[in-house]
Ligand binder design. Structure first.
Ligand SMILES: *Cc1c(COP(=O)(O)O)cnc(C)c1O
Length: 376
């Protein structure tokens, strides 16, 4: 069969909403307010409405959002920030640039999210914040993390780059969207995220008015009045064109998430009896939005090659945990420090999943995977 299966299919997604997107882009061009145009503020209000966060401050990308969050919280050189080691680089990188010290914690093998039981032992007198990364589309276990933070006077930052649209249900039944629970939270609109723009984009959210004002000032050169600089900031803005695109796509986000959930569930069914793989676990407290569908298996690298030979793309998220990355070797970690993350880096494989994937394509992915096992 001649499928051309893609990890993501942004073009087909665009074609379905082409008229709306093209019109939104054209409007920005007509106004020529390319920076801080009307759509930027409108989008931040739309996203606040969608998530339930009181304030949303757009910025240039999700990595900047993390750096701005650390600055908003007044973190100073030498302050320690706890974060998972099985992760994308952004939270460690943003910390390192500000001379903060990333302190790593291992994750749960079945959900890939930070193991809340291992946080307390990493807290020192210098610890100031915890970055909770909601990986692959579902929420980490927020309630115990918030309690640890409260007991130790730490701030909580949710890195919601991969899980916009997901939620967390507290044991008492209260349900909040991810990205609205921490003191200040970050989002990325990189094209492959649940809500992606046509380039780079990001945002912060908070329920605290002062933190929101500070985030807005820092992302705009630390500028209070025009040409008066109240603090050291940066230039991190969301382009008006991206904001206009995001406004259109935010209106489709629930249906995009529904498509991802359906695709995730159909993989789950197709894999039900395949004992060579572990399917992604869904936490009882969270809605899994399947930004990624990540399985665990032995002989991962060989299977990935065999899949490629059958025309099936797949990705390794992530091949090396942060504590073993060369750039962060100065932190002094060694192999064996975080065994679960190290194991996941050998076993995890992300399969194609996106809003446009068809059940025939998924069946082909699964039958190719089964064939690959037979070739081992
Ligand atoms: C994508 C991502 C980021 C960074 O987003 P950019 O917009 O690419 O800077 C941060 N954290 C996580 C977990 C991500 O997946």
């Amino acid at each position: 069969m001649d499928y051309s299966i893609k990890m993501v299919d942004l073009h087909s997604q665009y074609l379905k909403i082409k008229d709306e997107i093209d019109m939104a882009i054209q409007e920005v061009i007509n106004s020529s307010a390319f920076i801080n145009g009307k759509a930027v503020d409108a989008f931040s209000q739309d996203l606040a409405g969608y998530t339930g966060a009181k304030y949303v401050i757009p910025c240039a990308n999700g990595t900047d959002a993390l750096r701005i969050a650390y600055q908003v919280l007044d973190l100073k050189p030498g302050d320690e920030v706890i974060m998972p080691t099985f992760n994308y680089v952004a939270s460690a990188e943003a910390a390192a640039l500000l001379k903060l010290k990333p302190v790593f914690v291992d994750v749960w093998e079945d959900t890939f999210n930070i193991n809340e039981n291992l946080i307390s032992e990493r807290i020192s007198a210098a610890t100031k914040a915890i970055v909770v990364v909601h990986l692959f589309g579902q929420s980490a276990n927020m309630k115990p993390i918030i309690e640890i933070a409260r007991d130790n006077n730490l701030k909580v930052i949710e890195d919601n780059a991969q899980s916009l649209g997901s939620n967390y249900t507290f044991p008492n039944g209260e349900r909040l969207m991810t990205g609205t629970i921490g003191d200040i939270n970050t989002f990325s609109f990189f094209p492959t995220k649940n809500l992606g723009c046509f380039g780079d984009g990001g945002a912060l959210s908070t329920n605290d008015k002062e933190l929101a004002q500070k985030a807005a000032i820092i992302s705009s050169h630390g500028q209070g009045q025009k040409y008066e600089y109240h603090m050291v900031g940066c230039n991190s803005r969301l382009d008006t064109i991206q904001a206009a695109i995001l406004r259109v796509k935010l209106r489709k986000l629930n249906s995009y998430i529904q498509s991802r959930i359906e695709a995730g569930q159909s993989y789950n069914q197709l894999f039900e009896n395949l004992r060579q793989i572990s399917r992604p676990s869904e936490s009882r407290w969270s809605k899994h939005t399947f930004n990624q569908y990540v399985i665990r298996l032995d002989s991962r690298d060989r299977i990935k090659e065999l899949l490629k030979d059958s025309g099936i793309p797949s990705m390794v998220y992530y091949p090396i945990p942060m504590h073993l990355q060369k750039a962060y070797s100065y932190l002094g970690y060694k192999t064996g420090d975080f065994p679960v993350s190290e194991k996941l880096c050998r076993e995890a494989l992300a399969l194609p999943i996106h809003t446009e994937i068809t059940s025939q394509e998924q069946e082909f992915v699964v039958s190719s995977l089964i064939n690959s096992f037979n070739k081992l």
